[in-house]
Design a protein around this ligand. Sequence first.
Ligand code: CAA
Length: 259
Amino acid sequence: MATTVFEVEKVNALKPLEGKVAIVTGASRGIGAEIAKVLARNGATVVGTYNNSPKHIQDVAKVIEEEGGKFRVIQADVAKFDDTERLASEVVENFGKIDILINNAGITKDRTFRKISKEEWDAVINVNLNGVFNATKAVIKHMLDQNYGRIVSISSIVGQAGAFGQTNYAATKAGILGFTKSLALETASKGITVNAVCPGYIATEMVAAMPKEVLDNIIAKVPMKRLGTPAEVAQAVLFLVQADYVTGQAIAVNGGLYM
Ligand code: CAA
């Protein structure tokens, strides 16, 4: 029997992530906020985490709710193992499962290595790399039980190429790439894919805080001659959470700055 126009419209109206439950760490601002919005727009129930101030994430919640999306806010410091355990338990209690984890939370404490303090080193390792361990460890058992999961971690061009004044940050972002490939190997036969996205210089508060002349120099070197947008990073994340035969990969979203 021929498909009617009405039926075609109904099929098209189905959002690709309908029924999926996603966690986005660090969803208050910048790239994380945009990923949360894009996943919600595509039908996922999204749990966004913040650490310190709930103000910004309430703005994200408002946008998603106005668009008719499903969004829940949970406070969690990803650097604390117990916080991520609590986060995963709350999500499973409220929504029954966890399908998608976006490890996005990250900080910078830029300083040349000669000057960097032990505290500045530890702070960045604890959030950016131990945070990925903690959040992934908390969700993986649920994904293994259901034989399905999509894990995407936000690395950086800095993890691939290094950057002046960022030994701590670069170590974490390169660490994420090794973590991603190793966990991808361990979970490939269990319905779980593990991938990374490596943003270049994206128009966020983090990049806006760079010294102007350093940033201008970098933009001049970008083949596309501009910063990226959080939405352009979210596009890559959306692809990875829907892809079934892609694992252990790092997709660069950098305007051609590093190939
Ligand atoms: N390249 C070459 N030389 C540099 C330099 C650079 N980018 N930045 C500083 N220098 C030089 C200085 O001129 C100075 O030279 P002299 O000793 O000859 O005077 C020397 O290095 C030391 O400079 P400082 O004493 O100022 O160094 P500092 O320890 O205080 O650190 C800095 C300065 C924090 C590195 C500062 O230059 C800075 O913020 N740079 C930008 C760092 C950066 O790229 N951050 C990216 C943030 S965005 C992000 O991380 C997102 C992402 O994933 C891409």
